[in-house]
Design a protein around this ligand. Structure first.
Ligand code: BGC
Ligand code: NOJ
Length: 810
């Protein structure tokens, strides 16, 4: 069952039924000011950091679900309704919510009155603009009252939800010329405030929540709105809100447009006040002035559209299957930009107060956006590397505001260092910007202890070499990519977190996943070292890689698939010898990507085992059989009920590793089949089961052992986004940046006739046409570049601004 449809020309998903199986959200904002908005106008805004600068309040896991947002109410002669259906939930006609690139448009009609709301964050400004359009489609004169509404958060989102003894006494506002200023704590250490304005005279306002709603009412029944009378309340402590009331007359057929602005302003210390207690509003007024007419708003909206046009023009696919094209051209790169901005911090599943930027997550996210914004990728790499320790190890997370490693979470996730090599290699392949390796980068943000970025990569590589276990395989530390495989932890205390608990000393658990990563990304380290003329270092690194591959051969094969790990006691994990959890997905993907078993049949055998034991209708599960009880020596993975999360859920992030592996063995049918099992546009028809948005990936889909297989959770902020885009563009379509140029090596389903891609790469444009007359899955029979035969699948580099035609016959 569907709840809307894709509108690819406008790059929108159009929700036409407001009772979606879960709130379906969108993100507004690109740099500093961000909003999350659901299809019924729920959500919140923040400036840079969802924890420390939360502008509007949101209650997670609320009852009812998704209550609280940027709401509008219409009182039409006593009948009250909301254009987004919520919060009033009065029946409306022709409801739609269009989630687009950085904007959301929600509208509905009731009794011949149409109301349309457009929400967006202008490029390079710190505000959310809301354009409200009212249209009298009835034959009668209408006089209505329109109420806006939002609830302020007292800045620190964690404190706001916990420290009520203080917070109920701190709230302060000012109201001037219909603009509501939220200035809680401005008198002391804060130099920022927020405001909410409208570009028309108001009939009144409210800033005190209880005065606006009535103490025992929800957002669905504000007393002032139902009475049609604002109270002009001024908040003193309790919960400050912002609501404007406007009286609007509409002749038959008449249309009126209003602009509301929710803004964030910082003042220099010396310019905080213009009189005792009166805040300096100069900057706010300037911001309001930038959007005080519909014409100005339209211009800002067009600039936003132009920005997305540019972003999405780097890769454009033309393929007869719109479900594929819209993912490759629109939604998958869009989601990747959101993961760039948010890492894993703020979504409808991440509360914005729990997590910082992940070391491994951010390195992997990079693969999804580096082609669109290489400059941001460069900055991100330097930020991440600056938190690395000089022994090559890493803080697992860092805070976006301070960019400092997060000591609460600590480190010891022994895969982390290698992801830096992956991130940098991916950046180099896309951009050819070798200068980044010479950047001076601190260790642990200490300016007295620095080295080149290249040396950071060397430390990453060494960290693995220096931490090998009894089988000459890498020690796992706290955990590897699978945060829940806690082989040294032995946690019996329900009050401690699996992520931070002290591991048992002398833990010798080893990870085959890190071993395979070392072989795979070690090769990138070697290639990079050679480019820099560091041949001795490269030769020596190759030795280590060879020994690692030998250790995998000797201790990593279980007969029909690759093992996952050795536990604390040296016992196998992910083996047919185990009671449960006999096979894991991660090492099948990572080993084959590293090239292990490609020549001797093990890769094919492992992929057959994946197909037999792990693949199901909705994707590939993480392990099988699922763990049915808690295993002290395995940790969090066995804490989840069967089929969920890391315990045999379809943890989508790792599915692309198998998809890529299938392409390496030439099985385009299976690669694409797996791709379409988890890709949201292919799941639109089962939205009622899938529940999360059909336009973005979710972290997890319940696996075959779950109570409800196919039900997804944790949409938006997941490494799945980057990895799926990477797998489909680089390995299925097969257009893959490499150090010396663009490689073209498609691996597609046999029934495809072909496709075309326009790819911008290092300043030139490649118009690539792939034809598949013989219905093969892989293999370029003939490549021509600008009409001339080209005898390699590595395409040449071209001068900036030039455009070239590439034709591939499979
Ligand atoms: C989740 C993991 C996550 C970890 C770190 C665990 O509970 O299952 O997916 O990486 O927490 O926050
Ligand atoms: C989510 C985390 O963000 C990621 O770092 C981890 O690799 C996966 N969970 C798997 O546990």
């Amino acid at each position: 069952m569907r709840f809307g449809h894709f509108d690819d020309n406008n790059r929108e998903y159009v929700i036409t039924s407001y009772r979606t199986p879960y709130p379906w959200i969108n993100y507004l904002g690109n740099r500093d000011f961000f909003s999350i908005i659901s299809n019924t106008a729920g959500g919140y805004s923040f400036y840079r950091d969802a924890r420390l600068r939360r502008l509007t309040r949101y209650r997670y896991n609320n009852v009812p679900l998704d209550d609280g947002g940027k709401y509008f109410y219409i009182n039409d002669n006593g009948k009250v309704w909301s254009p987004g259906w919520k919060p009033v939930k009065a029946d409306v006609n022709d409801y739609s919510c269009r989630h687009g690139m950085g904007y959301t448009a929600i509208g509905a009609e009731k009794d011949g009155l149409r109301a349309d709301l457009l929400y967006f964050v202008p490029l390079d400004d710190t505000c959310e603009v809301q354009r409200v359009t009212l249209h009298n489609n009835s034959g009668k004169f209408r006089r209505i009252r329109l109420f806006s509404f939002l609830e302020w958060c007292l800045w620190n989102a964690h404190d706001d939800q916990t420290n009520f003894q203080r917070n109920f006494s701190t709230g302060e506002v000012e109201v001037e010329e219909g603009v509501i200023y939220h200035k809680t704590e401005y008198r002391e250490r804060r130099n920022h405030y927020a405001f909410y304005s409208v570009n028309a005279p108001v009939a009144g306002f409210d800033t005190d929540r209880e005065s606006f709603l009535g103490i025992y009412n929800g957002f669905d029944h504000p007393d002032t709105v139902f009475a049609g009378k604002p109270r002009n309340s001024i908040a003193h402590g309790w919960s400050p809100v912002a609501s404007h009331c406007l009286e609007i007359d509409l002749k038959p057929g008449e249309k009126k447009e209003l602009v509301f602005v929710l803004g964030y302003v910082e003042n220099p210390e010396s310019e905080k006040f213009i009189a005792p207690k009166v805040i300096n509003k100069t900057r706010a007024k300037a911001m309001i002035g930038r959007y005080d007419t519909v014409e100005k708003v339209d211009i800002a909206f067009r600039e936003l559209a132009d920005y997305w046009e540019r972003q999405l023009s780097v890769i454009s696919l033309d393929h007869p299957d719109p479900r594929l094209s819209r993912m490759v051209n629109i939604w998958n790169p869009y989601q990747c930009m959101v993961t760039y901005n948010m890492s894993r911090s703020a979504s409808y599943f991440e509360s914005g107060i729990g997590r910082g930027m992940g070391f491994r997550d951010s390195n992997q996210d990079l693969a999804g956006y580096v082609h669109m914004t290489p400059q941001l990728a460069r900055e991100r790499i330097i930020d991440i590397a600056s938190t690395q320790f000089d022994d090559g190890s890493a803080y697992h997370q860092y805070q976006p505001l301070t960019k400092r490693g997060n000591a609460e979470i600590g480190g010891n996730f022994n895969d982390d260092p290698l992801w830096l090599i992956f991130g940098v290699a991916t950046y180099l392949k896309e951009t050819g910007d070798w200068s980044i390796l010479d950047e001076t980068v601190p260790f642990n943000n200490d300016s007295a202890n620095t080295a080149s970025l290249f040396e950071h990569l060397n430390r990453s590589f060494r960290h693995v070499v220096n931490h090998l276990g009894p089988h000459r395989l890498p020690l796992i530390g706290r955990a590897d990519w699978n945060d829940c495989l806690n082989l040294n932890c032995f946690s019996t205390d329900p009050d401690e977190s699996f992520q931070t608990t002290e591991n048992q000393k002398g833990g010798k658990a080893e990870s085959l996943f890190i071993a395979a990563m070392f072989v795979l990304y070690g090769k990138d380290f070697v290639a990079i070292a050679r480019k820099r003329g560091e041949d001795r270092m490269a030769d020596e690194a190759e030795q280590h890689i060879r020994s690692m591959a030998e250790a995998i051969d000797a201790h990593g094969w279980d007969g029909e698939w690759f093992l996952r790990a050795y536990d604390f006691y040296g016992n196998k994990v992910g083996s047919k010898e185990n009671e449960e959890g006999n096979i894991f997905i991660e090492t099948q993907g990572m080993c084959i990507m590293a090239g292990i078993g490609l020549e001797d049949g093990r890769a094919l055998q492992a992929l057959t085992s994946v197909n037999r034991h792990l693949a199901c209708e909705y994707g590939i599960v993480l392990n099988n059989p699922a763990f049915t009880k808690y295993y002290l020596q395995l940790g969090e993975i066995s804490s989840y009920p069967e089929g969920y999360k890391e315990n045999a859920g379809i943890f989508c992030h790792n599915n692309p590793w198998v998809i890529i592996s299938e392409t390496l063995t030439g099985n385009g049918n299976r690669a694409f089949d797996y791709y379409s099992r988890i890709t949201p546009s292919y799941l639109e028809e089962i939205s009622d089961l899938h529940r999360t948005e059909p336009y973005v990936y979710s972290q997890m889909i319940a696996g075959k052992d779950a109570f409800l297989p196919g039900e997804a959770k944790n949409s938006w902020l997941t490494g799945t986004a980057a990895w799926c885009l990477y797998a489909v563009t680089n390995y299925i379509l097969g257009i893959r940046p490499d150090y010396d140029g663009l490689i073209i090596e498609p691996c597609i389903p046999a029934d495809w006739d072909g496709f075309t891609v326009r790819r911008k790469f290092r300043g030139a444009i490649y118009n690539i046409e792939v034809l598949n007359p013989e219905h093969r899955m892989k293999g370029a029979w003939e490549i021509t570049v600008d009409g001339r035969k080209h005898h390699s699948c590595l395409l040449p580099l071209f001068p900036e601004g030039s455009e070239h035609n590439v034709r591939v016959i499979m």
